[in-house]
Design a protein around this ligand. Sequence first.
Ligand code: ATP
Ligand code: MG
Length: 607
Amino acid sequence: MSRIVGIDLGTTNCCVAVVDDAKPRVIPNKHGYNTTPSVVAVTETGQRIVGQIAVRQAVTNPEHTVQGAKRLMGRPFDSDEVRHAAAHASFEIVPGPHEDTRIILHGKEHSIPELSAMFLQEMRVVAEDYTGVRVDRAVVTVPAYFNDNQRQAVRDAGAIAGLEVVRILNEPTAAALAFGFGTSEPKTLAVYDLGGGTFDISIVRIDEHGEFHVVSTTGDSFLGGEDFDERVMDFLMKAFYRDNEIDLRESPIALQRVRQAAQKAKTELSSVDETDVSLPFIISTGPTGPRHMEYTVTRQHLEQLTGDLVTRTLQICEIGLQYAQLKPEEIDEVILVGGMTRMPAVQRAVEGYFERPPCKGVHPDEVVALGAALAAHAIEEDRDTGLHDVTAHSLGIMTAGGGFDALIPAMEPVPTKVEELFTTSRDGQTTVKIVVLQGESQWAAENNALGRFALTNLRPGAAGGVRVRVTFTIDEDGIFSVGAKDLDTGEEKTIDVLASSGLSDDEIERMMADSAEFLAFRRAEESREDSRQACSRLIAKLKGVLPEAEKKMAWTPVGANAVEKARKAVQLVETGLSGADDEALTKQHALLLRVEQMIDRALEKAS
Ligand SMILES: Nc1ncnc2c1ncn2[C@@H]1O[C@H](COP(=O)(O)OP(=O)(O)OP(=O)(O)O)[C@@H](O)[C@H]1O
Ligand SMILES: [Mg+2]
């Protein structure tokens, strides 16, 4: 037996859920938290750590700790977003072999799907520990505004983690599903999702049959809590520079401390009016001697620093409503998703814009994973998910002169496909090149290139040219594919992908192998830890009963010998416990069990 789980692969936090007794439930990790920070680090000894423990060591290991990797997903190295991230990140970002983006950790290059796979794998372990069954399939959510490259990257991440991604679901759609599950009262929802890295606004209509129809969806996949954090960081560092003439960006450790303090201040200011940022010894050495950072930040100041970001989300809401051809007052319920919606200024803005208070009772951090679990369960039971989504971006091709010809418009329900006829014009032309793009600009260069394709080996010199029918498809996951057919011969033509910013099959294979190896290593480490704990428990128990055993048995030579043996065994195991390998642990555990039996029996006899 195996289960399909729902995973919210967030910029800041990941969350996994599963349907149990007909109800979706979030699965807590082994630390007892419902979400796991999307942070991964590599230690000096080359060990990989993920989640809470990675956060804890971030300040002392900033250059090898990655957070916010999702913001780089599917983005070419040469893009504004990657440049922005590189300027703010504590780790090194380099170009990959496919014009893609890579991160260096202790000398080893990692692709973004590879890093995302580490979070998926972590969620898989959390789910397997809870369900006790193998988890090798998942519904994974992505921001609705994610383009094809970003979605492909998520699919690659799944493959690397050894997880079959059975469906890629848009985050706001998943949230709407969890919110409206089981209702049959028709209504129109606005899902406002402001997370750590991305913003989405989706308008979803629930019909009388309980089916969910996304009417419009739009957003910004580079607008979220990280931008709010950066504003606070910039303020703190500027103030520090003004007061001390020291640029903290030059110290990765100081930068990391300021980042964490900024995040903390921002979060605290959702419930208090002012908070102190206090970072003693932010600079501890150097010509100036030790310096401390001490500033007070007020909620009002935070709102000033980030007001334009909130305004931008409202402008995007406006576009979403225009697409849906609705006015704010025609929305029945507004749902807030994402940790950033706890900020009072965000709540006020949304309430003002939609002229109604947002719904209570939606857990902003968990609702997306819950929706993913519901969809996963439907797929598990071979039922329809009842979800009807749309594509957020227009898809089209480059025309002569660098124009963009949209073939599938934005807000088109998916899955969908469109056919286009290409005819060779020149005598002897045997190749047709097609550049496929996504975006809303009339200029190809301003849109996002998905790939360059070539139809090759066309018959030369056919009278009137060769007619090739090319089919462009967007599937339910929002992922694009292309196929072609020679209309005169009926022959299917293969299309060569000339460029894409993703990973090659070989690379995915290699990363998969690495990932599986790590999982095996981790599982073995866990089982060793379990044995160690079992030994520790026995040691503690034996230490507890030995004094009594001694009292009762030590007056006979046999008894004294037994107690002495037991004491020696306990001591031996205790000193060797931390470094013991599998074999030694098994032996030591068996030894302790024998000692336990011997003492128990002796005590029984003595009493
Ligand atoms: N009480 C709070 N006040 C303000 N911001 C908060 C609060 N709690 C969490 N946040 C912020 O919310 C963001 C994380 O939200 P969430 O976990 O929903 O994001 P995510 O799902 O990981 O990201 P995304 O959906 O963008 O990929 C972080 O920027 C965090 O600082
Ligand atoms: Mg989210």
